[in-house]
Design a protein around this ligand. Structure first.
Ligand code: SAM
Length: 266
């Protein structure tokens, strides 16, 4: 199928060739009635076909128009999709969604790894209302995003995402499951939006507090925050949850950071 295709490394064009992996990814979504799926980066459509079998409708965002013929051929037996030939990162997705009627939105993405963070930030900051996001990322990053509090992978990004989502790893994906073979292993994670969010006085303040708390990874909360926050307020909140000023950022669950941020702003 790829005989004449000139794969672009710069677009992360490593296509999945393992049927079991595409099956697991497509099955990881909990399809509810009246659904719409966004697939970012369909490539040659191997995963798209599986999504199309299960979803009511799929919107595909693909940056590389050279894939036009392959995609059209691969998806010829389906009529429940649209392809938007554009860069997802700069696309006004909320505006695209206006013309669709749906109750449940899901996003699936297998993209170049250097845009993992910008994509996740876009989905969160632009408030694209997806209830589940299933995304293929570099294995080490997957471990960090799905890390449990107290583990060494738990960091600033884990806390921020934990505020919005429940995060679980779906499957580890060996580099041999792709063509051409990339030089890293991957994993798929699923982010399920929480139905109810804790009240946060200011997301910007919470974001900054979390960043500052992880400024020097090995330092305690006290040493990371001493020069810019009221430590007596921080101590009171931490003690409420059984922590102290000598705890480290990696020991503290996101909801304690939420409480800390709200108390500091009172
Ligand atoms: N989903 C297919 C699969 O699993 O085999 C292809 C995955 S391949 C890793 C990434 C795909 O994302 C490529 O087809 C690439 O052209 C596309 N892509 C890269 N950057 C993109 C962007 N900013 N917006 C939309 N598509 C992008």
């Amino acid at each position: 199928m790829y005989k004449n295709f000139d794969f672009k490394k710069s677009l992360g064009q490593n296509f999945l060739i393992d049927d079991n992996v595409t099956e697991v990814i497509a099955n990881s979504i909990d399809y509810k009635d009246d659904n719409l799926v966004i697939e970012i980066g369909p490539g040659s459509g191997v995963l798209s076909k599986k999504l199309l079998k299960r979803a009511d409708r799929v919107i595909l965002y693909e940056i590389d128009t050279r894939l036009n013929k392959i995609l059209e051929k691969e998806l010829s037996s389906f009529d429940n999709y649209e392809i938007i030939w554009d860069d997802f990162l700069y696309r006004d997705v909320k505006n695209d969604l206006v013309k669709y009627k749906y109750t449940n939105l899901y996003i699936v993405a297998n993209l170049p790894y250097y845009i993992t963070t910008p994509i996740i930030s876009k989905l969160v900051l632009e408030k694209i209302p997806a209830s589940e996001i299933v995304i293929m990322i570099q294995k080490e990053v997957a471990n960090r995003l799905s890390a449990n509090v107290g583990s060494k992978e738990y960091g600033q990004i884990t806390v921020l995402l934990d505020y919005y989502f429940d995060i679980e790893k779906v499957i580890d994906v060996d580099r041999k499951c792709f063509y051409p073979i990339p030089n890293v292993d991957s994993a798929v994670i699923k982010m399920t939006r929480k139905e109810k969010l804790e009240k946060l006085t200011s997301f910007e303040h919470f974001d900054k507090l979390v960043k500052d708390s992880f400024r020097f990874k090995r330092k305690t909360i006290k040493n990371n925050l001493i020069d810019r926050y009221d430590l007596s307020i921080i101590q009171n909140v931490l003690e409420k949850y059984g922590f102290s000023l000598n705890s480290r950022g990696e020991d503290i669950p996101y909801y304690v950071f939420v409480d800390l941020s709200n108390e500091l702003l009172k």
